[in-house]
Design a protein around this ligand. Structure first.
Ligand SMILES: NC(=O)c1ccc[n+]([C@@H]2O[C@H](COP(=O)([O-])OP(=O)(O)OC[C@H]3O[C@@H](n4cnc5c(N)ncnc54)[C@H](OP(=O)(O)O)[C@@H]3O)[C@@H](O)[C@H]2O)c1
Length: 281
């Protein structure tokens, strides 16, 4: 298959090429393709003629989206809509990535694809609007919802924590629970999914669940770093956006694709970091 990846410089975007080694892949980072510009999207698809476009571009900062609503909707709604429209014109498929933050977090059991979204943040609303636009514009669509994504080169929660240094007290929210997902694991799940041609919405996140506190404690332990991780209430943090307390995802789709469990994600993340350090990267 000929696959075009947009937002190729992000956490997921940079994980995808290795997982898609069987395919002919073109990667376009932001500086080479702005997905909010319909003419640029049209030109890229005219030149590369992909069978599938994977949109890994997003306005992904949940807090920043609260103050930059227009930009968040431009990128998370208009951008994927542009790609969906042009892929449809060419008879190509789109795989668009979304989030468990389309749910309100009131559930006590993992969210399934058939559960009713009810986003509580600008980010969640913009992502849900993007899902609807993609589904309306191209029947050949996969919408993959994931959660708490991280990668060695990203700005995810583990990177923020490790940048705080060691040997000190780290206060971490104990009230938010989700499915931490290591980006290379998601990339492999996506590679499996596109073989199925089973379109529609799919939940794909690290198996199991952790609170931010449990995730942080495991991270320090797996990295062999010393820190006193203290569980605290969300009220201690001046987060700009409201986040769902519970955004654990599960899949009921017939594809039966399951990602490795979230602790395996941290194990792989830690060993990649160790290898990079040993190589002096
Ligand atoms: N991160 C999470 O915890 C999380 C959780 C659930 C779902 N998701 C979803 O998973 C997907 C991948 O997230 P991620 O963490 O990999 O995101 P990311 O690391 O923030 O990457 C997003 C990429 O989009 C690019 N971009 C920004 N504006 C663009 C534009 N106008 N045109 C083209 N590219 C543009 C960015 O490039 P520049 O930086 O150069 O602008 C960046 O490389 C997103 O759909 C996100 O909503 C993420």
């Amino acid at each position: 298959m000929k696959i075009l990846i947009t937002g190729a410089g992000g956490q997921l975007g940079r994980s995808l090429p290795a997982a898609l080694f069987r395919h002919v892949v073109t990667t376009l980072p932001h500086k080479e393709l702005d997905i909010t510009r319909l003419n640029q999207v049209r030109e890229a698809i005219r030149i590369y003629r992909p069978n599938l476009v994977i949109n890994a571009a997003a306005f992904s900062s949940v807090d920043a989206a609260e103050g930059q609503k227009d930009q968040a909707f431009r990128l998370n709604l208009l951008g994927p809509e542009n790609i969906a429209k042009v892929t449809a014109e060419y008879g190509a498929a789109i795989l668009h990535v979304s989030t468990g933050y389309v749910f309100d977090g009131a559930a006590r059991l993992p969210y399934r694809e058939i559960d009713q979204p009810n986003p509580i943040s600008v980010y969640g609303k913009s992502k849900l609007a993007g899902e609807h636009a993609v589904a309306a514009a191209n029947p050949l669509h996969y919408i993959v919802r994931t959660a708490w994504l991280y990668h060695e080169a990203g700005n995810g929660f583990p990177n923020k924590l490790t940048s705080l240094g060691t040997g000190r007290e780290i206060r971490v929210n104990r009230e938010q629970r989700s499915s931490p997902t290591y980006a290379p694991h998601l990339a492999r799940g996506i590679a499996d999914l596109i073989e199925t041609h089973i379109y529609g919405t799919h939940h794909m996140a690290g198996t199991g669940s952790a609170s931010r506190f449990e995730f942080a404690r495991a991270l320090y332990s797996f990295l062999g770093l010393k820190a006193e991780v203290i569980p605290v209430s969300v009220k201690e943090f001046s987060e700009f956006a409201e986040r769902p307390k519970y955004s654990v995802l599960t899949s009921r789709r017939e594809t039966q694709i399951r990602l490795p469990d979230w602790e395996q994600g941290l194990t792989d993340f830690a060993s990649t970091l160790r290898r990079a350090r040993a190589a002096g990267v």
